[in-house]
Design a protein around this ligand. Structure first.
Ligand SMILES: C[S@@+](CC[C@H](N)C(=O)[O-])C[C@H]1O[C@@H](n2cnc3c(N)ncnc32)[C@H](O)[C@@H]1O
Length: 176
């Protein structure tokens, strides 16, 4: 009986996550590696944020490829715990929080935001990045896997990844 309850809780948690945003599908490790080496090589100054961090693959790749810190926000508590466990050896450089990405503020020092894009969220994501650039007063680079951001020109592309730049200046121009 307890086994059935556990299965039911897992199904509800996964279903709710899919309803709230992108369902859990990990980025392709080889493509993430190429994004962090060829498309936007990481440096020890980089703080990478993954919005909807899943099992944490992007966070671990970010540290492996030279980022100073990597922060994941994930709505599914089950995935938060799994990703914390599989990222144990990165303790100190990877941080994973249970959070709804639409309701957070940009973390201190963020330089790159990574998102596995889903069609229905793309317009809302562009607005979120504009707000974060204005809030931090700094330029932000966004690596999007999958879908393109509507009405925005990527600075570079590599495979399924696109790199976009959001500037605080762009935001203040948009408000004039
Ligand atoms: C397509 S997976 C990508 C996982 C990881 N970023 C990667 O590229 O391997 C999307 C993840 O976003 C999470 N998610 C969906 N909506 C979310 C929200 N509003 N806030 C935080 N995480 C969310 C899902 O639970 C899922 O784990």
């Amino acid at each position: 009986m307890i086994f059935l309850w556990i299965i039911a809780v897992i199904v509800v948690i996964l279903g709710l996550s899919a309803f709230m945003g992108a369902p859990y599908v990990p980025s392709h490790a080889r493509q993430v590696r190429r994004a962090f080496t060829d498309l936007r090589p990481l440096t020890p100054r980089d703080v990478v944020v993954d919005l909807g961090s899943g099992d944490g693959i992007v966070l671990r790749q970010a540290i492996d490829h030279g980022a100073k810190r990597a922060i994941g926000y994930e709505i599914n508590p089950l995935l938060v715990w799994i990703s914390r466990i599989v990222s144990l050896r990165y303790r100190g450089s990877i941080q994973i929080q249970t959070a709804n990405m639409w309701h957070i503020d940009p973390p201190e020092g963020v330089t790159i935001i990574y998102v596995f894009g889903v069609g229905r969220d793309m317009k809302r994501l562009a607005a979120l990045f504009d707000r974060w650039a204005a809030q931090t007063g700094r330029d932000l680079e966004c690596l999007i896997y999958g879908h393109a951001l509507p009405g925005r020109e990527p600075a570079r592309e590599e495979g399924a990844h696109r790199l976009y730049r959001f500037t605080a200046l762009h935001q203040s121009e948009a408000q004039v």
